[in-house]
Design a protein around this ligand. Structure first.
Ligand SMILES: Cc1ncc(COP(=O)(O)O)c(C=O)c1O
Length: 495
């Protein structure tokens, strides 16, 4: 091979037998990572954020080193100061410990570096993505005309779902093509309906789509955190009475804080009757479709116009990995743009760019492929069953601990709670809120635990998001002991 004799040949993967640089680098990296995991005993090193930043800023990019010493530097400065998602006390966000199958798939993905936009850049990989999409459409029972595309995650999937909804609505309304002509003169009347617990990416998408965040109308939620169906009906009527145009209803299958799953079947049916697009944000709870026990909670998902599913959450995939699924593939046409160099009209081979807002795109589908083949969908479903059961047990621990007050019964795999009144003493409500914020930060920067905080009815709460199906109840005994101990220290300071 000629490429290895170039002066920089050692920096590239070479075909043929002469590939020591790659083999040595990957072996050394793997050894380094294995050592890191072997020695890790905290969710975070506990190094102060300022020190982490200063150490990184001291790296001199004018001076190169061997790759082996760069790997060592990366390990010392970055890997060792990362948030270790595998630690039982890293339990803040929808941030998952990845399956080994997914991590190993990343080796293939990175080394092969396929780009999913055109078949001539991704050959077999194109078929893998389509195979996974077909599997998903079948799993979510979306029907014969359904299709989908891999995305970078829930944000992109939600944006795409809403974008398709907007374009579909304008075309149905007046034959207007937003793709060609931009927003119609009645575009300022477009409204997107969601609940007040929906993810903020609904507002963000509205802004990116030229509708503005004010085009999003939030419906009330009931005591279970679900969209209030009566209020949804009232909202639609009220918007119409004001000569406004509801274009899409976004239902959530698993709200980020409470894990509430809206009544999807009712919402989708209302949208259908009103000739409004129905989008389901299933980034978190959409995974329950694999659980024989909990699948019934997603009833109605099969009739939605579009569904966001996130694999880097409950499917335990490495970041990033998500998909948007749609009921009628013809709606992808509004994304189609032929480029002479890439996806000529009439190409016989499939070019996935035809239905994507990204051009160059990662081969993330391989991760799901390897997971389904090695772990299996049923096992993933069993993991969710175990996780949801464990979440209820953790909530019970909170209820029976006089240091804490449980905010509400868990609906999926989050536990929301506060310190009990005994920690409030003479602190005002604002100071008590602040105490919770300091507590979370203190747990993080000490390296003891990574938990989250959020506000419920104006009060700061602590949040645990359980994703790791390997956790045991005993992991929570020790977590709560740590939280109590930091709370005691901080309360003494605050009073
Ligand atoms: C309900 C919901 N939708 C959408 C998103 C955004 O997904 P991503 O972070 O994958 O872009 C999240 C993220 O937590 C979420 O919880």
């Amino acid at each position: 091979m000629s490429t290895q004799s170039a002066p920089w040949g050692q920096h590239f993967i070479q075909l043929g037998n002469n590939n020591q640089s790659f083999e040595q680098a990957t072996a050394f990296t793997q050894e380094t990572i294995n050592d890191l995991f072997r020695q890790a005993d905290k969710p975070y090193s506990g190094l102060s954020p300022v020190t982490v930043k200063d150490q990184l800023q001291a790296v001199d990019f004018n001076q190169t080193q061997s790759l082996q010493s760069v790997i060592t530097t990366v390990n010392e400065l970055i890997a060792k100061n990362s948030i270790l998602v595998q630690h039982p006390h890293t339990i803040a966000h929808l941030h998952t410990p990845p399956l080994i199958a997914s991590v190993v798939a990343e080796h293939f993905i990175a080394a092969l570096n396929q780009s999913m936009d055109s078949w001539d850049q991704s050959s077999s990989a194109t078929f893998v993505e389509q195979l996974m999409i077909d599997w998903l459409c079948k799993t979510y029972q979306l029907g014969e005309r359904s299709d989908g595309v891999f995305t970078s995650g829930g944000t992109q999937s939600n944006l795409m779902g809403l974008l398709l909804a907007r374009d579909w609505f304008a075309f149905n309304q007046s034959g207007h093509s937003i793709q060609q002509d931009g927003l119609p003169d009645y575009g300022h009347k477009f409204r997107i309906i969601c609940s007040n617990r929906s993810h903020f990416t609904v507002q963000k998408s509205a802004s990116l789509m030229g509708l503005g965040e004010r085009a999003v109308v939030c419906v009330k939620t009931n005591l279970q955190g679900q969209m209030d169906i009566d209020d949804l009906l009232l909202t639609i009527d009220a918007l119409k009475a004001q000569d406004l145009l509801p274009i899409c209803v976004v239902a959530t299958a698993g709200t980020t804080d409470h894990g509430a799953i809206d009544e999807l079947d009712k919402i989708v049916e209302i949208a259908r009757k009103e000739q409004i697009w129905s989008h389901i944000d299933g980034a978190y709870g959409g995974a329950l479709q694999l659980s024989a026990k909990h699948k019934y909670r997603l009833k109605g998902i099969e009739s939605a116009d579009s569904v966001s599913v996130d694999f880097h959450k409950l499917f335990y995939q490495t970041i990033s990995c998500g998909a948007l699924l749609i009921k009628d593939k013809s709606n992808f046409n509004t994304l189609l743009h032929h480029a002479d160099y890439l996806n000529r009209e009439g190409d016989e081979l499939p070019n996935l760019v035809d239905k994507s807002i990204a051009t160059t795109k990662r081969f993330d589908a391989l991760k799901l492929f390897m997971t389904l083949k090695s772990v299996g969908a049923d096992t993933l479903g069993e993991m969710y069953d175990k996780l949801l059961e464990l979440t209820l047990q953790v909530a019970d621990l909170v209820k029976h601990n006089d240091s804490f007050e449980l905010c509400c019964e868990p609906l999926l795999s989050t536990v929301l709670f506060r310190l009990s009144e005994k920690y409030q003493g003479s602190l005002t409500a604002a100071e008590f809120n602040q105490l919770h914020q300091s507590l979370r930060l203190q747990l993080l920067t000490s390296g003891d635990a990574v938990i989250a905080e959020t506000k419920v009815d104006g009060k700061v709460h602590l949040k645990l998001t359980l994703l790791n199906p390997c956790l045991a109840l005993s992991d929570f005994d020790s977590l709560f002991t740590k939280i109590e101990s930091h709370a005691v220290t901080l309360t003494k300071k605050a009073l």
